[in-house]
Ligand binder design. Structure first.
Ligand SMILES: [Zn+2]
Length: 199
């Protein structure tokens, strides 16, 4: 049987719990922002002016729309790392970006070579260089890096099922520093990937 505090003790326990929750929330915000509060006797601000984060959750929480909107706004470069890739609207947004002069490059898992239905061929036929990273058991990244300033990542695969059926999360993070770190990691994988020849 659970202990059920009552009266003033309950209030005291609730107050302590609330304080603990606030402290945990502040710690989480600091961790997510990657910022260290300045040494001060006053409560430290945890905002990060240089970063801007949006979150989305599947099913049907707008993940696909958020990705397409970000891709539609791309001006210079888009780097894609994907495990499973069957989302027609996301593939179309990549091809549209390519057509308006954005430099697009995609690294996909080797399973994309053998799966029947995949957007790898769609991208390839549109003229987008598609690379296959076969150096890992699975190349499980789901990442987009846009214009060296936006990173899109999360559990969300670029698939219809991830949008409509699965429990997934997606972060759209505007941070040049983070984008540089993801780009460096993408370049690492690009270095041992092979160009996809198509089916
Ligand atoms: Zn790799």
């Amino acid at each position: 049987m659970y202990f059920r505090p009552s009266g003033r003790r309950k209030n005291a326990v609730n107050s302590m719990e609330n304080q603990t929750r606030r402290l945990l929330l502040v710690a989480l915000l600091v961790f997510l922002c990657g910022c260290q509060p300045k040494a001060s006797h006053h409560p430290a601000p945890t905002s990060c002016p240089s970063s801007d984060i949006s979150t989305y959750f599947s099913p049907n929480g707008g993940c696909t729309d958020a990705i397409v909107e970000a891709l539609d706004g791309a001006k210079l470069t888009i780097g894609v790392q994907a495990y499973s890739f069957t989302s027609a609207p996301i593939a179309k947004a990549l091809v549209d970006a390519h057509k308006r002069g954005v430099q697009v490059v995609a690294i996909l898992d080797k399973s994309q070579e053998t799966e029947k239905y995949t957007e790898a061929d769609f991208l390839l036929h549109a003229g987008i260089p598609v690379w296959i990273d076969g150096q890992h058991k699975i190349a499980h990244n789901k990442v987009m890096i846009i214009d060296s300033e936006t990173v899109i990542t999360g559990s969300f695969n670029f698939t219809k099922a991830a949008e409509t059926e699965n429990a997934e999360n997606l972060l759209v993070i505007r941070s040049p520093d983070l984008a540089a770190q993801y780009r460096a990691n993408m370049d690492l994988h690009l270095g041992h990937s092979e160009l996809y020849a198509g089916k």
